[in-house]
Design a protein around this ligand. Structure first.
Ligand SMILES: C[S@@+](CC[C@H](N)C(=O)[O-])C[C@H]1O[C@@H](n2cnc3c(N)ncnc32)[C@H](O)[C@@H]1O
Length: 207
């Protein structure tokens, strides 16, 4: 791995009212969405949006990114991609589940946020060996859908074009997520991961 950890202390200052309203609405919609499904969607679980917003704010205030483009890998309800847009990033979300992509678009549009959501896989082409190894290591028990498609072509971007990537991997998928970033992201790009229980990790790909 060529990833360096970056310390990211978060403050607990009051959030702007627009952000608070957005997070409130997002949490309400996520709860209703999950409650309406007797059988929950495999793989989807929301991160703590407030914690993630504070991390994005810190990254933005400290000007830690080399540029302005952001992607949420496995964007779920698209909340982090939307919050990145609120902070001025050119924001993209890639989500394998079409219904989640649709509700992400609805939520972003209610708040007039410009976010490019695409239905498909965030796993870049050329990942077969990494996927096979991860799959073997966990005896096939992984939550990331191990599949590649045309997502990046569809949005006219390459993984190397993103300055900041966010993901909330299930614990058993965390190594694969970092390995994919390490192999495909550009030097200097940042990977922010939410790891459950309000814990975050920020890593930079070494030049
Ligand atoms: C733990 S949820 C996190 C959702 C969201 N990022 C958040 O923080 O609230 C992981 C998401 O990744 C999606 N996912 C899994 N494999 C994927 C793949 N190969 N490409 C795109 N999305 C994927 C799942 O459908 C799920 O919505």
């Amino acid at each position: 791995m060529t990833l360096d950890n970056i310390e990211l202390p978060l403050n607990d200052r009051e959030l702007p009212s627009r952000v608070r309203d957005f997070i409130y609405e997002a949490n309400t919609r996520v709860a209703a969405f999950m409650e309406a499904r007797p059988k929950p969607l495999v793989g989807f679980f929301p991160s703590c949006f407030e914690t993630v917003y504070r991390a994005l704010l810190e990254i933005s205030n400290r000007r830690l990114t080399a540029g302005n483009s952001f992607c949420e890998w496995g964007s779920g309800f698209g909340v982090t991609a939307s919050m990145a847009s609120m902070l001025g990033f050119d924001s993209y979300g890639i989500e394998i589940d079409p219904e989640l992509c649709e509700v992400s678009r609805e939520l972003a549009s209610q708040f007039n946020l410009s976010v490019n959501f695409t239905t498909g896989s965030f796993i870049p082409k050329g990942s077969d060996r990494l996927i096979d190894r991860a799959y073997a290591n966990c005896q096939g028990d992984m939550m990331i859908v191990p599949h590649t498609d045309h997502s990046y072509e569809d949005i006219g971007m390459d993984v190397r074009d993103f300055d900041l990537i966010f993901a909330y991997p299930w614990p058993k998928d965390a190594r694969l997520t970092s390995a994919l970033f390490d192999k495909f992201a550009s030097s200097d790009a940042l990977l922010l991961t939410y790891n459950g229980l309000e814990s975050l990790r920020l890593q930079r790909k070494r030049a």
